[in-house]
Structures are given as structure tokens and as C-alpha cells.
Design a protein around this ligand. Sequence first.
Ligand code: GTP
Ligand code: MG
Length: 136
Amino acid sequence: TERTLVLVKPDGVARNLTGAILARVEAKGYTLVQLEMVNATRQVLEAHYEEHVGKPFYEPLVDFMLSGPMVAAIFEGDSVIAGFRSLAGATDPTVAAPGTIRGDFGRDWGLKVQQNLVHGSDSVLSAEREIGIWFD
Ligand code: GTP
Ligand code: MG
């Protein structure tokens, strides 16, 4: 089996989509094993987004992730890392396929791809790393 870190980003929480988003992950068959509402800190986000430090979108991304509460969750199941990313859809919600979380609930609100509702780990290594950042 496998575990992944899922974040419902501040836009998802602000738009009251947390339940709908988590329900889709559960409905696909993955098991919720940890759940917490969190206010991120700059320090946590710097660790979480270390691969993006220095990119032009990094500072705006961190400010966005600090703009309101988020929900952090761990889901478990065979191939859950790839399965969740498939369910989340493409990074850009404008072009994310209908049927995906980003495709159905997301759009460009003026910042292109920044407000895309969810984060999901992209490998076993990053899942372990990110779970260690958000959960003790
Ligand atoms: P995550 O699951 O959130 O990691 O999304 P991802 O793996 O599909 O995207 P990536 O790791 O490349 O980027 C992380 C996040 O940074 C994205 O989800 C977006 O919120 C934001 N982002 C990525 N690229 C851009 C960009 O070009 N401009 C802006 N404004 N934000 C970006
Ligand atoms: Mg990513």
C-alpha cells in the first residue's frame, strides 16, 4: 500500500469545497487516515515547496498558501499517489479535464494556475517527505 499527502488549498476551503473534494477521494476508494485543519507558516511552506524556491511564481504561491486556512490529509491505498493526481487533474484548472477536481471546481480567477484547489504528492519520496512536514 501507499500513502500520499493531500492539501485542500486556501481557495478550496474558502469556497466551502473541502467536503466535496475529500468525498471524491474517498469515493474513488482511498482511505482517509489523518485529517487536520491548518494555518501554514512560511517555514512549513518553504520546506514543502523547496523544489520551487527561486522560481518566479514561488513568492506569490507562498503568499497564496498563507492567505487562509487549509486542510491537510493523508490518504492511503495501492497506487494512491498516481491515483490522486489523476483525480486532481492538470495543474492549470482552465484546461484540467472535466471529471477531475481541478477541472470541475476550478477556473482562472486572475492568477492563472495558482488557485487550483488541491495539492498531491508526486512520488513515494515526496509523499514521505511532505507527510513528515505536515504531520509529526
Ligand atoms: P501541486 O500538487 O500543488 O504540487 O501541483 P502540481 O504538482 O500540479 O504543480 P507544481 O508542483 O508544478 O506547482 C506547485 C503549485 O505552484 C501549483 O499547484 C500551482 O498552485 C503553483 N504554480 C505552478 N506553476 C505556476 C505558475 O507558472 N504560475 C503560478 N502563479 N503558480 C504556479
Ligand atoms: Mg507538485
